[in-house]
Design a protein around this ligand. Structure first.
Ligand code: PFF
Length: 455
């Protein structure tokens, strides 16, 4: 048994603290904002099924791999990959995996914070009673007024970036652990309430059928790619976020149990968001494929028409902001940990640098919804391109290499020791990480490339 390392950044106080923090990273805008709108754009049921399969067969094994690599290396992903490669006498190029993750973190956070800014803005719209008695059209206008105003978007984006930097600069344990402990259950309760409201709309069955009855005719190669990309995005995989959280995990915690718990909680939240939103969409004759504005154009109708809707609406958007916040922190942690380790920076300085870069790149997304709305490449705005490239290309590629490293490069002894598994449990993970996950990613990529080349 090799000597165990410790992280210079500290450690979670317990296994539960890690589960909460990693669930805080996983559950975010991806579940509540993104999942419903991409499910709506890609036809519902069959898309959801592919997403669930990807979570189970690709997501969970790769999450286990990321945590085990992080805990073994006990450093930022860049340095963890460098050290593990050196220890096993493997090629030093493996550390570039860490670099790709840092890049992906900046790119994702740059637009994530703009959308989180929408949620912030909606806290005040809900609290001000703006949605009272509102119908679909009115709510649509409120959304358009927000996104077409670059100055307002910029202000909210700036506030969210600053909020993220404040928590990151204080370190992962203080504040974060405590906040997540209370916020996750609260978010869950509020979502359950919204599902309850959706049941009263008269279109619940239609909404649920849309989400769960697969029509494979609607399943294009692009939809499969987006479903897979979303499995990575929603579980925070492929860029080192979970790896860096794993580097703070106590040695005696079970990686398998924690991974399964996190994936189940994340999936449940996404499905509940879908079950809350689609019945409202159908009850009000709205368009399921309305795009990124979907939740901002549907949930306010529910809040505007339910008893105590102002209170619940405000609470919901506050919780959405918190869910986004706990994810944003993990997007930037790999970069911050690396700056502290390699440049001797204080966490505060490292956070300021990371925030400045994120904020600047985020300007592109701010303008995508107004000034640059007509500037497109392949019909995609700057925001669309960033979102597509990060979620559907960079994260799955990162995940592919993580799977290859854990499954083919690291020795079986190391992975077995770190996972604490043997027998059939280990065999199952080994087959998934060595063959199933990498092959699935490659086949889904090739499927789309084939489509592009041969139409
Ligand atoms: N999982 C987050 C969500 O679903 O909102 C987004 C995210 C966080 C993606 C951290 C990637 C990441 F590393």
């Amino acid at each position: 048994m090799s000597a165990k390392r410790t992280s210079i950044h500290g450690q979670w106080s317990s296994r539960w603290a890690f589960i909460l923090a990693a669930t805080g990273s996983a559950v975010g805008l991806g579940n509540i904002w993104k999942f419903p709108y991409i499910a709506g754009e890609n036809g519902g049921g069959a898309f959801v099924l592919v997403y669930l399969l990807c979570v189970a067969c690709i997501g969970i094994p790769i999450m286990m791999a990321e945590i085990l690599l992080g805990r073994r290396g006990r450093r930022s992903p860049i340095n963890t990959m460098r050290v593990l490669a050196r220890e096993g006498h493997h090629h030093p190029a493996w550390q570039y995996l860490g670099w790709i993750g840092v890049l992906a973190g900046f790119l994702i956070l740059s637009y994530y914070s703009v959308v989180a800014g929408w949620a912030l803005a909606y806290v005040f719209r809900a609290a001000g009673g703006l949605f009272s008695g509102a119908g679909g059209e009115q709510v649509g206008e409120i959304f358009t007024a927000l996104v077409s105003d670059p100055e307002r978007l910029l202000a909210w984006h700036t506030i969210f970036v600053v909020m993220t930097m404040i928590v990151v600069s204080r370190g992962v344990q203080s504040g974060l652990e405590k906040a997540v402990r209370f916020l996750m259950p609260a978010l869950f309760l509020l979502l359950a309430m919204l599902v309850g409201y959706a049941m009263s709309t008269g279109s619940f069955a239609q909404g649920v059928a849309f989400l769960f009855s697969p029509d494979f005719g609607k399943l294009t190669p692009a939809a499969i790619l987006i479903a897979m990309g979303h499995a990575f995005f929603t579980l925070s995989l492929g860029m080192g976020a979970i790896m860096v959280y794993g580097s703070y995990l106590p040695d005696d915690a079970s990686i398998t149990q924690t991974s399964v718990t996190i994936a189940l909680a994340d999936t449940l939240v996404a499905l509940m968001a879908g079950m809350a939103i689609f019945p409202i969409v159908f009850a009000h004759g709205l368009e399921p494929g309305a795009g990124p504005g979907l939740i901002f154009q549907t949930l306010p109708i529910a809040f505007g028409n339910m008893p105590a809707g102002t209170l619940f609406g405000t609470l919901f958007f506050v919780l959405l902001v918190f869910a986004a916040w706990t994810s944003a922190i993990s997007l930037i942690e790999p970069a911050v940990a690396w700056l502290v380790e390699n440049h001797g920076m204080s966490r505060v300085m490292a956070s300021v640098w990371a925030g400045a870069i994120t904020w600047t790149v985020g300007l592109g997304t701010v303008f995508s919804f107004n000034l640059w709305a007509d500037d497109t490449l392949f019909g995609l705005t700057f925001f669309d391109l960033l979102d597509f490239a990060t979620a559907n290309i960079i994260l799955p590629l990162g995940g592919l290499f993580i799977a290859l490293f854990a499954g083919w490069t690291l020795s079986r002894r190391v992975t077995m020791e770190e996972l604490g598994l043997d027998g059939i449990g280990y065999q199952l993970w080994y087959i998934l990480i060595r063959y199933v996950a990498p092959l699935a990613v490659v086949i889904i990529f090739l499927n789309v490339v084939g489509l592009l080349r041969f139409g």
